[in-house]
Design a protein around this ligand. Structure first.
Ligand SMILES: NC(=O)N[C@H]1NC(=O)NC1=O
Length: 173
């Protein structure tokens, strides 16, 4: 278990150190940390999380789609091949996705494919706030939403993932 860095120390990091430390709080999107570091100093962890949330909120629809598409499928090919990021590996494990029955795996994989062919981006849910059954339910229910609703819901889930990743790195003074 790595120890957490204090927010006052985060405010003093070099630009490059900040970008390295927060490079994957939004999955595979290094631009987020590059933009957010310019907003320092932050009063507390919440303030830092809000800056990342604002970054996500202010993106154009096209840019939001890029962010959504950077996410790996839950229990998908990358997971099977051990090629997820360190963060995603831990999140998927915490939801129990590393220990699925054959039937659950089949349901998740076919529902993910159906979702992607309807919306054009992967189904995203904050795995650490869910378990296998709520993920399966979410996949089935959210398939009925409009594309506009799913872009908003997907980005909202990215915000939850981002917040939990930040609180794994930083604490208040
Ligand atoms: N598809 C998807 O939701 N992926 C993600 N969710 C999460 O909590 N971590 C991820 O990588």
């Amino acid at each position: 278990m790595t120890s957490l860095i204090r927010i006052s120390e985060v405010n003093k990091l070099d630009k490059e150190q900040f970008e390295w430390m927060f490079e994957n709080v939004v999955e595979l999107c290094t631009d987020a940390a590059a933009k957010v570091q310019k907003k320092r100093p932050f009063k507390n962890v919440e303030d830092l999380c809000n800056a990342f949330h604002e970054y996500l909120e202010n993106l154009s629809i096209e840019e939001k789609l890029v962010i959504l598409k950077l996410h790996p499928d839950l229990a998908g090919r990358l997971a099977a091949q051990g090629e997820l990021t360190r963060e995603s590996t831990a999140e998927q494990k915490s939801a129990g996705l590393n220990d699925l029955t054959e039937e659950q795996r089949h349901t998740i994989n076919t529902s993910n494919e159906r979702y992607k062919s309807k919306f054009g981006f992967p189904f995203i849910i904050c795995a650490r706030e869910n378990k296998v059954q709520s993920i399966i339910n979410g996949l089935q229910q959210r398939y009925n939403s409009t594309r506009e609703q799913e872009i908003a819901t997907g980005i909202n889930e990215v915000k939850k993932i981002c917040k939990l990743r930040i609180t794994d790195i930083v604490k208040d003074d």
